[in-house]
Design a binder for this molecule. Structure first.
Ligand SMILES: Nc1ncnc2c1ncn2[C@@H]1O[C@H](COP(=O)(O)OP(=O)(O)OP(=O)(O)O)[C@@H](O)[C@H]1O
Length: 281
């Protein structure tokens, strides 16, 4: 396994502290998802890894001198009047690519992203999902080592999310290293190798093999009459349902969040009654 980035003890503060002492390695070919509530610092972490934002403390070591990292922001500009082909061409030229390189690259990207039939249409007429695709294609022009995607599925309908997720899966199969910030719990589970949660607790991360991940973990806990408000602030809870007149809670949780949620339940005085995994509801 080749490590591309080694981040050591990152802390980022604005008016508040977003995260502290976060250490993270990014390895070639893996897909890493960064989850967390709104404002937990997912975008900021991606920007730090991309070199766009400085951490308050900590170091980022790039393990290859000519490492190319492409960052795709959440929102693509609304008013681009170029066609998809023109836009990709000009962006490629700005990045120093030659005309022949770009001709091949743009054709293959349009095919890969299923936008061939739209190549001559102006981007400002595109749907949100199509604009998102152009943003990712632009980031791929220079054949980056690492693709950083900030909430790529945000605001897209389910069909478009599925389409984009399947394209990202293909990129993974082609060996691309991808870090994706995503607050939607049910997304990327089938392609992700590692999940990281940002939140009020110290960072948690866990490895699991792609494709072998259970869909969800079901936890049943006796609440011992404790209030469960703390569950609202924890990333990874898909669903919760009180049973036995509210004395017992059944939680459906994301697999990578299960350790953290079990710990929180125990720390808040609940007793775990049962725990099992389910592939589909
Ligand atoms: N340049 C900045 N200056 C000051 N505060 C900032 C700056 N960038 C981000 N913040 C603040 O840091 C916090 C985390 O922002 P960030 O966008 O990283 O979170 P996020 O987890 O990606 O959120 P979301 O899911 O809403 O996109 C927010 O409160 C935001 O207002």
């Amino acid at each position: 396994m080749t490590t591309l980035i080694e981040a050591q003890e990152l802390t980022k503060k604005y008016s508040v502290r977003l995260f502290s002492n976060l250490s993270l390695s990014v390895n070639h070919g893996e897909v890493l998802v960064i989850r967390g509530n709104n404002g937990s610092g997912k975008s900021t972490l991606l920007k730090i890894l991309a070199g766009i934002t400085e951490p308050t403390h900590g170091t980022i070591k790039r393990m290859k001198p000519d490492l190319i990292i492409s960052y795709v922001p959440e929102k693509f500009p609304d008013d681009i009047r170029f066609t998809a082909k023109q836009y990709l061409y000009h962006m490629g030229r700005i990045q120093g690519l030659t005309k022949p390189e770009l001709q091949d690259r743009i054709s293959s990207l349009l095919r890969q992203f299923r936008l061939e039939s739209e190549h001559a249409n102006a981007i400002h007429t595109f749907s949100k999902g199509m604009k998102q695709k152009v943003g990712i294609m632009q980031a791929l022009l220079a054949k980056p080592d690492i693709l950083l995607l900030d909430e790529p599925l945000s605001g897209l309908d389910t069909g478009t999310q599925d389409d984009l997720e399947s394209i990202l899966y293909q990129l993974k199969l082609d060996g691309m290293t991808i870090l994706v910030a995503c607050h939607e719990q049910k997304r990327f589970n089938s392609i992700v190798d590692r999940g990281i949660i940002l939140g009020d607790q110290p960072i948690q991360s866990e490895y699991y093999p792609a494709g072998e991940l259970p869909h969800r973990v079901i936890i049943q806990a006796d609440t011992n009459a404790q209030k469960l408000d703390f569950l609202y602030g924890i990333a990874g809870v898909i669903d919760k349902e009180p049973i036995d007149d509210g004395d017992v809670i059944r939680l459906d949780v994301e697999p990578f969040a299960s350790d953290r949620i079990l710990l929180a339940l125990i720390q808040h005085g609940c007793s775990i009654q049962s725990l099992h995994t389910e592939s589909e509801k």
